[in-house]
Design a protein around this ligand. Structure first.
Ligand SMILES: Cc1ncc(COP(=O)(O)O)c(C=O)c1O
Length: 394
């Protein structure tokens, strides 16, 4: 049977994790995998999550099947969290998904059924899983201009010029906030222009919102998704609870679709249910029930928001500290962009030789494209990282 196959490529992040684990130099700095870390380098369970789990344990009465759409109260809460009424409820449907990746898979499969000959447009660069996922769904994938390595910011003019050439057979995948891998994001005014372009051309928006609350705040980070929802009658949105609830391994996310009327929304929803039923029947409940418990309870919700805000502020502070530390050593503003970026990631714009040199000389690990994860950098590590970066880029 399997002689017909060749080995599939290994995901680069998992390969890097293995490389880091094999390095026994003390003080190695891991800027690789995309999880939030505290000063000790741990990814702790949020206290609101622990409390929700305690309540669940005390009150759970059954583990019977939840249904193909999953936890409906969770889905409603996720739609509210992302869209806050920006699209009328009678046109919006949602299905619980195993993580943001699962949500992306559901909406891509839905779009393939709806528009089999469409092209999916992703940002250049994008999260490394976007292209293979869209290809696996059967789409042709192209890239629109996004990141300018010279300024380390969004090349907005070029992005918009490309989007203006698209049409109804094009699906535009947009990062809702905290762009992965670059850290460079659209401003609200730029989102408005993107939405106006999509309205003009009829190109179809797919918004990937995996980091709500990690950038500028829970409401601020939803600006783009809500601008799309207000102006464009049909769109899809994939959300994730992995990062903002810190429940990575529980696999909770939500596939959200808006149709131009209730009938269209119902049809799209029935297709999503059909897709789920034919793949894994129903999603796991535990993570979704944690999120539902938190979002529906005033006190737990406030506690979660405060914890999330503390994480966000810590990442912003780490950014400023790293930019300041590099500036102090290099006497140049070359890395000031790190403080402007938002979310967990920044693309440093280093060549692969420099990335390898940092690994070999300083035990500093980042992805080959020079993406770093800014979370988990305690002060002493920020200073050593600044030394290493300035040393390697002199
Ligand atoms: C841009 C983007 N989208 C979606 C996801 C999916 O996250 P998960 O499937 O872990 O919820 C990630 C995770 O790294 C991401 O960076």
């Amino acid at each position: 049977m399997f002689e017909t196959l060749t080995k599939a490529p290994q995901d680069k992040i998992f390969a890097l994790m293995a490389e880091i684990a094999a390095d026994d130099r003390p003080g190695k700095i891991d800027l690789g995998v995309g999880v939030y870390k505290d000063d000790e380098g741990d990814t702790p369970v949020m206290s609101a999550v622990k409390k929700a789990e305690e309540r669940m344990l005390a009150t759970a009465r059954t583990k019977t099947y939840i249904g193909v759409a999953g936890n409906k109260a969770f889905c409603n809460a996720m739609v509210d969290l992302a869209l806050a009424g920006a699209a009328p409820a009678d046109r919006v449907r949602a299905v619980q998904a195993p993580g943001g990746t699962g949500a992306l898979w559901i909406v891509l499969t839905l779009l393939k059924r709806a528009r089999p000959d469409a092209t999916v447009w992703i940002s250049d660069p994008s999260w490394p899983n976007h292209k293979p996922m869209a290809e696996q769904a059967g789409f042709r994938v192209e890239a629109y201009p996004y990141f300018d390595p010279a300024t380390r910011s969004v090349r907005f003019e070029q992005m918009l010029a490309k989007l203006d050439t698209l049409g109804p057979d094009d699906i535009v995948l947009l990062h809702g906030c905290c762009h992965n891998p670059t850290g460079a994001n659209l401003t609200p005014a730029q989102w408005d222009e993107v939405v106006a372009s999509l309205s003009r051309t009829g190109a179809f928006p797919l918004v990937d919102l995996a980091y709500q609350g990690f950038g500028d705040g829970l409401e601020e980070d939803a600006y783009g998704a809500r601008a799309v929802a207000r102006a464009i009658p049909e769109f899809v949105l994939a959300t994730s609870c992995s990062k903002n609830f810190g429940i990575y391994r529980e696999r909770a996310g939500c596939a959200i679709v808006a149709g131009k009327n209730a009938t269209a929304a119902d049809i799209a929803n029935s297709q999503m249910l059909n897709i789920v039923r034919g793949a894994y029947s129903q999603p796991p409940d535990h993570g979704a029930e944690i999120v539902r418990t938190i979002l529906e309870d005033k006190e737990l919700r406030a506690e979660w928001q405060a914890e999330l805000e503390a994480m966000r502020q810590r990442m912003v502070a780490n950014r400023q500290a790293l930019a300041d530390a590099i500036r102090a050593r290099s006497n140049s503003s070359d890395f000031d962009f790190v403080a402007e970026h938002r979310g967990m990631f920044s693309l440093l714009g280093l060549g692969v030789e420099t990335v390898n040199e940092l690994k070999a000389q300083n035990a500093v690990y980042m992805l080959d494209d020079s993406r770093i994860n800014i979370a988990g950098l305690a002060d002493e590590r920020i200073q050593r990282l600044a030394d290493a970066i300035v040393g390697a880029t002199r």
